[in-house]
Ligand binder design. Sequence first.
Ligand code: CUA
Length: 430
Amino acid sequence: MTRSRSALRRPGRALALALGGLSLAFLSGCQKAANVFHLSGPQSTIVTEGPVAKAQYDVFMVTVWVTTFIFIVVGAVLAYAQIKFRAKSEADEHAEPPEQSHGNPLIEIGLIVASVALLVVIAIPTLKNIWYTHDVPEAERANAMEVTAVGYQWWFKFEYPGEIVKQPTGGEAPLVTANELVVPVGVPVRVNLRTIDVIHSFWIPKLAGKVDMIPNRANFLWFKADKPGYYYGQCAEYCGESHAIMRFRVIALSPSDYVKWLDNQKQPARTATAATVRRDAEQPRVQFASLEGTGPGSTLAASPSFDADPLGAWRQKQQVEPNENAALIADGRRLFKEKTCISCHTVRGHEGIGITGPDLTKVGSRSTIAAGVLENSSQRMHQWIKDPNYFKPGNKMYHGGYVDAQTKKPLFTLNDAEIDALVAYLHSLK
Ligand code: CUA
């Protein structure tokens, strides 16, 4: 009897220790706790970087505090009853149960009132923040900018309705980019959420989210970045076989850097003229432009320099590549046309006029390719072009572009030398 009782007590003690530790972590402030429990990664919703995500976090914390309070009160009453009324002797264990009572109006009404009060405590900040996060506040609307994000299987198109550029097919239309949304800091950004195919969901954990992109429904959200940074985004609604790798980035720049970026984006595609021939300066890198945790040595690991300073890596990509080979680039441009890439991708000012794939006018200036999945290095771009279906199963560049979607027969072939030329061309597009 005594042996079994002490065995029962041990897990109880472990539980008490764990709960004590957890409440200590909460008491010492959640941002710190986030580091202890590894909740501060690039897609953390606990360490926020903008007012909308902060408002969402605040509602979460109100709920955490209220439910923690309920947990402690109910747990304390339960523990008190268990200790106070436990069987202290052999006689207690065989005693008759005490007289039973049914119903106590005071306790019942008291519990109802307490529950309602706690729900009101949660409801007030919830309603306030639903209002706040729904749309750009009236006072800030004059200062806001608008972007349209369109979900595709499996990448994001970003349109800047306020920035009009000449189109290759004639006429004018908003500036378009893909997978990397660049915004100025301190400016509210209202994002119109659209989809071309199935339901996707738009989520930038540190800034705002998440809101679904639903066919035939004009959803939107807004966010504001507090400081310059490189933020990880992710599709958050299952949308097909490559849903998990449908990613994007938000790059927040100072207003002057943003204007500089915008001016360059509005230019037609750059035509490289430098005639150097050396190409051996580029170190091949096999990198997964991903989150921490995959570790060095893994073929899917992120490059340490990229992980350490992704915004710096992005800025580096705005510069012309070292040791450009103009002849190779011209060859790549020819192949881009011959291999029918132009029918799916726009390159404003060059031959590309397609709109089913991402706009590539400035693809060389992006830090990632394949919807935020691969670092935009020569090695990875080469591997991506060589076998897109390996990195993004089911993608439409492969099914329908490389092979006939029905018969699976190849529509063209690419050898390594041709791919190198294509990579050189795409990386010259800054
Ligand atoms: Cu798009 Cu999941």
